[in-house]
Design a protein around this ligand. Sequence first.
Ligand SMILES: NC(=O)c1ccc[n+]([C@@H]2O[C@H](COP(=O)([O-])OP(=O)(O)OC[C@H]3O[C@@H](n4cnc5c(N)ncnc54)[C@H](OP(=O)(O)O)[C@@H]3O)[C@@H](O)[C@H]2O)c1
Length: 325
Amino acid sequence: MAKRIQFARTGGPEVLETVEVEPAEPKAGEVRVQNHAIGLNFIDIYFRTGLYPAPAMPSGLGTEGAGVVDAVGEGVTHLEKGDRVAYAQGPLGAYSQYHVLPADKVVQLPEDIPFETAAAAMLKGLTTQYLLRQTFPLEGGETILFHAAAGGVGSIACQWAKALGVKVIGTVGSAEKAELAKKNGAWATINYREENVVERVRELTGGAMVPVVYDSVGKDTWTTSLDCLAPRGLMVSFGNASGAVDGVNVGILNQKGSLYLTRPSLNGYADTRERFEEMCLDLFDMLESGKVKVDIAQRFTLDEAGKAQEALASRRTTGSTILIP
Ligand SMILES: NC(=O)c1ccc[n+]([C@@H]2O[C@H](COP(=O)([O-])OP(=O)(O)OC[C@H]3O[C@@H](n4cnc5c(N)ncnc54)[C@H](OP(=O)(O)O)[C@@H]3O)[C@@H](O)[C@H]2O)c1
């Protein structure tokens, strides 16, 4: 028997329950991974609360983890029992001791990347990869705005952007978080709970504003983000930590300077095994070279998943959070 976290109705952290289940056998094209570490992500909260509907109820939770392949389904040729692996996509259910998922979503983990690092970096690091290297391919020399710069994705993005020669203006919710973002390579920080973000961006850029804003806060920062863009700039709205952006009149993009808008997701970029593996190579290279160091600032047991989500939702965490099964 093995532990798994599941929920039968949407709601607060109290809907999460620990159950004992017989680990499922992998079907054709699937593998079973014995998790050694599990990544905690904001998207897990969207599923728990119902902002994103789970495909079936009761539902597992979580899409990110690292461990060892423990069983292999028919037709899988690129993975074997005993392989060290990691994953960041696929069916909900990573909050568990064993997780069965499509083999195409699982990548071999280099020997020098520990399981905990992989669980803390796969989803957030691959997201950073597509945001900085694909959605708006940064060349170096740009000044950009990145919200929630001391969070999981933000901490990786500050380091990666710095390595590319990009100046990050990072927004943060406290002085401690500002210090952390600076330590991770942010060029400047703005405490968006206290300062006027648009005015500060104008000052910092000498009036030019920025060519791209990476916004995962959503509802609360939507208008501010558009106002920070230079003409024809790109608004990358990639998350809803404060609530979803809705009811948008596209005319606003014209009024604010012929802006571009995209609402991307990791699944939209790592949509084939080839693309997923290419993105992983880029991420592993950043981790192995030490250009990106993953800060695992919180560790919880699997049973404490609700407590861990509460900490993330209430802005008490920094960097990455993992669950140990
Ligand atoms: N589209 C994609 O492919 C994709 C992939 C991964 C993650 N994401 C998104 O990226 C964001 C970051 O994910 P993460 O897991 O690394 O989380 P995180 O950044 O560690 O945590 C979210 C942070 O958002 C900030 N925030 C601002 N307003 C908030 C509010 N009302 N409630 C809660 N937090 C608020 C907080 O930082 P401050 O205290 O500094 O404000 C908080 O620490 C999430 O929105 C997530 O959905 C998107």
